[in-house]
Design a protein around this ligand. Structure first.
Ligand code: ADP
Length: 270
């Protein structure tokens, strides 16, 4: 499990896409948990970082996976110098200190893990610490944010309805072309024209009706391509490395992506 506890000093760069800032602020002020839905690489994590900074709260991020246990989130007894000592998990730390806790890709976690979220997510705002035989009331500044990608979850891994209905949902999609172009320029330093070609490539890939791609081209992979270009890599080679390679292992699908790259990205030297 990777977790980070951070208080941003510099304001993270974030371009609002819709009414997500107002919705997040209202839900946080009302102490309602927030559900961010959307494909990977469309700005959810950056948004939470920006909101934590704007609200002046530290951010605890947990990347969820299918081995994540309730103890990973809540805490456990560890052996220290011959003694057992209770060590808070990231969720407990956030609950105690009034941080914003961001559980990224929460559907990846086992359902028994997400059960600890129920009493936290409703009006009780309590976290049961079963091993300690107690539960703690969340600091009033604590905020719970979870994300998931509706595109590739199985029905089994779906969030429980009772969890979902406690949440305020904010739906993300890729930014519109003009905004995506500015984001690519700002994040990588490439010129506007190159960024515009990459946006058009991204849109062409997003229009593909294909079952072989698990994910289409995200803003993230377009930024990665642009960053390789700023290092002097020819644009088509950069797109093959940062778009086609990561998106598929299937040779036929890869060939299709490379053809789109040839069509949309001008790179005489590649
Ligand atoms: P997600 O959490 O949805 O997988 P990220 O927040 O990691 O996606 O976004 C991927 C990258 O795309 C970010 O690191 C950032 O560079 C960029 N990005 C996407 N949307 C925005 C936005 N609205 N404002 C600024 N940067 C963005």
């Amino acid at each position: 499990m990777s977790t980070t506890l951070e208080r941003e000093t510099a304001r993270p760069y974030y371009e609002p896409v819709g009414d997500e800032v107002a919705t997040f602020t209202a839900a946080y002020r009302q102490r309602m948990p927030i559900l961010l839905k959307g494909p990977t690489g469309c700005g959810k994590t950056r948004f939470v970082e920006a909101m934590a900074h704007q609200l002046g709260r530290p951010l605890v991020t947990v990347s969820c996976h299918d081995d994540l246990t309730a103890a990973d989130l809540v805490g456990r007894y560890l052996l220290r110098g011959g003694e057992t000592e209770w060590v808070d998990g990231p969720l407990t730390r956030a609950v105690r200190t009034g941080a914003i806790c961001y559980l990224d890709e929460v559907v990846e976690a086992r359902q028994d893990t997400t059960v600890v979220l129920h009493p936290l997510a409703d009006h009780r705002r309590r976290l049961p610490l079963e091993r300690l035989g107690t539960d703690i009331v969340a600091d009033p500044r604590f905020g719970l944010v979870v994300s998931y990608n509706p595109g590739y979850q199985s029905v089994l891994k779906d969030l429980k309805d009772s969890t979902r209905q406690r949440m305020v949902a904010i739906t993300f999609d890729y930014p519109d072309p003009e905004l995506e172009q500015s984001i690519i320029v700002a994040e990588s330093g490439v010129g506007a024209e190159t960024a515009s070609e990459l946006v058009r490539l991204g849109h062409a890939i997003r229009r593909l009706e294909t079952g072989t791609l698990r994910e289409v081209a995200s803003t993230r992979v377009l930024i990665s391509t642009a960053r390789l270009i700023t290092e002097g890599l020819p644009a088509r080679a950069a797109a093959r490395a940062a778009v086609a390679g990561p998106l598929t292992d299937d040779p036929v699908a890869a060939r299709g992506l490379c053809e789109l790259i040839e069509a949309y990205v001008s790179s005489p030297q590649s």
